[in-house]
Design a binder for this molecule. Structure first.
Ligand code: ARG
Length: 459
C-alpha cells in the first residue's frame, strides 16, 4: 500500500511496524470531527485563494459521501492507512482526485490531530456535564421525596448524630456541582484552536486562522505554534475532572453498599439494579455500585497514564502523543455509561423508615444534643460534654437509653437538668432542632431543597 510519504522512502514499512504504530483501530472515534475540521480548513483555503472554488466543491462533495459511508458503517478502515486522518484523506483522493491532494495545504497531522481531539473533548465535556446534571436532578428528586426520613449520620462508621437522609443525598448534589464546575473550567482551555500551527512552526502560506477558529466554534487560537501541537494538558485537565467526579461517585457507591448491606439494611436494592448469586439464593448484590467503585480505578489509571506520557517529552510533536487517545476515550465512555446508569438508579432509593427508626434507638445519638441542652442552661461546653458523657456511661452500664435514666439520677449528675430534658432525648426529633446554616435538620434541609430546585432548573 502506497504511503502518503512515498516520495521519500525506497522501501515499505515492516508489517509489525504497521501493526505497532497504527491508531486507526481506535482513532476512528475522531472521524466526524476530522471531517468537520477539514471542511473548515478547505473553506478558509478557498477564501485566501489557496484552492479554487471548484476544488472546494469537490472536497465538500467527497467529504459528504465519506461522512455518509462512515455513519452507515460502510467505510473501510485500513490498517495500512495508519490513522483516521490519512484514511479519510486517502479515501477523498480516491473519490475526487487532485482537489483532495490540495486539502493538506498549510496543515500537518500534528495540528490536525490536536484540533480533532479538542473538538471531540469539547463535545464530550458538554455531554458529560448534562449527564452529571441528570444525576443531580435524580438525587434532588429522591431527597425531596424522602425529606422526612431521619437516619443516623456516621463518623468513623460509628453512629454519630441523627440527620435527615435528604441531607446525605444533597451532599452528593453539592459534590457533583463542583464536578460540573471543573468540567466547565477545563472546557475553557480545551476550546482553543491548534489548527494552522502546521507541523510546529506555522507556514509561509497566507492562511486565516481566525476564520477557521470562528467556523469551528473555538473561543480563540492556541497562540504558540509549538505549544499548540505538543501539549496535551487539556486532556490531563479533563481526566482530572473525571477523576474527581469518580472519587465522588465511588463514595456514593460505598454509601449505597453500606445502606443496602445486611448490617444497616436502610434500603433494599431495586431488582433492576442488582444481581443474584449463582449459589446463594438469598443474595441481592450491589453490582452497579461495586462496578462504579471499581471503574474509578480505571479512570484514575487513565489520568496516570496520560500524565506519564507527557512527562519529559521534548518539544514538539512526538509520536508518544498518539497514546493520549485510549485513556481519554476509555475514561469518557466509562463516565458516560456510569452516569446514565446512576441517573436511572438513584430514584429507586427508598429508605426503610422502620429500620431507620430502630437504628436511631441505640448508640446514644442524642448525647450531643444533651450537651447542647446544658450549654443553653449556662454550663460551659466542656463541662456539658462531661455530664453527657457520664450519663452515657451510666446508661451503657445499665443497658438503658438516655431517655430511660430517671430524672433524679440525672439531676444528681447535674442539677441544671430539668424535666424539659426529655424533649431533646429523642433522636427522631433531633433534626428538628438543628438551626445552623447548612445543618442536617428540617429547617435548613428544606431551604436547601428549594435552593437546588431553582439552581438546577436554570441549567
Ligand atoms: N496518529 C497520530 C496521533 O494520533 C497523528 C499524528 C501523526 N503525526 C506524525 N507526524 N506522525 O498522534
Amino acid at each position: 500500500m502506497a504511503k502518503l510519504w512515498n516520495g521519500r522512502f525506497a522501501r515499505g514499512t515492516h508489517n509489525l511496524m504497521e501493526q505497532f504504530s497504527e491508531s486507526i483501530s481506535f482513532d476512528r472515534e475522531l472521524a466526524e470531527v476530522d471531517i468537520r475540521a477539514s471542511l473548515a480548513h478547505a473553506k478558509m483555503l478557498n477564501a485566501v485563494k489557496l484552492i479554487s472554488t471548484k476544488d472546494l466543491s469537490a472536497v465538500r462533495k467527497g467529504m459528504k459521501e465519506i461522512l455518509e459511508s462512515i455513519r452507515a458503517g460502510k467505510f473501510v478502515y485500513r490498517t495500512s492507512d495508519e490513522d483516521i486522518h490519512m484514511a479519510i484523506e486517502s479515501e477523498l483522493t480516491r473519490r475526487v482526485g487532485d482537489p483532495a491532494r490540495r486539502l493538506h495545504t498549510a496543515r500537518s497531522r500534528n495540528d490536525q490531530v490536536a484540533t480533532d481531539t479538542r473538538l471531540w473533548t469539547r463535545e464530550k465535556i458538554d455531554l458529560l456535564s448534562g449527564l452529571i446534571l441528570n444525576v443531580q436532578k435524580a438525587l434532588l428528586a429522591t431527597a425531596t421525596r424522602e425529606k422526612d426520613v431521619v437516619i443516623p449520620g456516621y463518623t468513623h462508621l460509628q453512629r454519630a448524630q441523627p440527620i435527615l437522609a435528604s441531607q446525605h443525598l444533597l451532599a452528593y448534589v453539592e459534590m457533583l456541582e463542583r464536578d460540573r464546575e471543573r468540567m466547565a473550567d477545563a472546557r475553557k482551555r480545551v476550546n482553543r484552536m491548534p489548527l494552522g500551527s502546521c507541523a510546529m512552526a506555522g507556514t509561509t502560506l497566507p492562511i486565516d486562522r481566525q476564520m477557521v477558529c470562528k467556523e469551528l466554534g473555538f473561543d480563540g487560537l492556541c497562540e504558540n505554534s509549538m505549544d499548540a501541537v505538543s501539549d496535551r494538558d487539556f486532556i490531563v485537565e479533563t481526566l482530572s475532572a473525571l477523576t474527581l467526579l469518580f472519587l465522588h461517585l465511588s463514595r456514593f457507591s460505598e454509601d449505597v453498599i453500606l445502606w443496602s448491606g445486611s448490617e444497616m439494611g436502610l434500603i433494599k436494592l431495586d431488582d433492576a439494579w442488582s444481581t443474584g448469586s449463582s449459589i446463594m439464593p438469598q443474595k441481592r448484590n450491589p453490582d452497579l455500585m461495586e462496578l462504579t467503585r471499581g471503574k474509578t480505578g480505571r479512570i484514575v489509571g487513565s489520568l496516570m497514564g496520560m500524565i506519564t506520557v507527557i512527562k519529559g517529552l521534548p518539544m514538539t510533536y512526538n509520536r508518544d502523543l498518539q497514546e493520549d487517545k485510549d485513556p481519554l476515550f476509555d475514561a469518557v465512555a466509562t463516565a458516560e455509561l456510569t452516569l446514565r446508569c446512576l441517573a436511572e438508579f438513584v430514584p429507586t432509593i427508598k429508605f426503610n423508615r422502620k429500620r431507620a427508626a430502630s437504628l436511631l434507638v441505640d448508640g446514644f445519638l442524642d448525647a450531643t444534643v444533651l450537651a447542647e441542652y446544658l450549654v443553653n442552661k449556662g454550663l460551659p461546653f466542656r463541662s456539658a460534654h462531661e455530664v453527657s458523657g457520664t450519663l452515657v456511661r451510666h446508661a451503657e452500664e445499665n443497658g438503658l437509653r438516655l431517655c430511660e435514666i430517671p430524672l433524679e439520677f440525672m439531676r444528681g449528675v447535674s442539677p441544671l437538668i430539668g424535666k424539659d430534658v426529655f424533649q431533646c432525648l429523642n433522636p427522631q426529633n433531633t433534626p428538628k432542632a438543628y438551626v445552623s446554616a447548612g445543618s442536617a435538620g428540617h429547617k435548613e434541609v428544606s431551604k436547601a431543597l428549594t435552593r437546588w430546585k431553582k439552581r438546577l432548573a436554570k441549567k
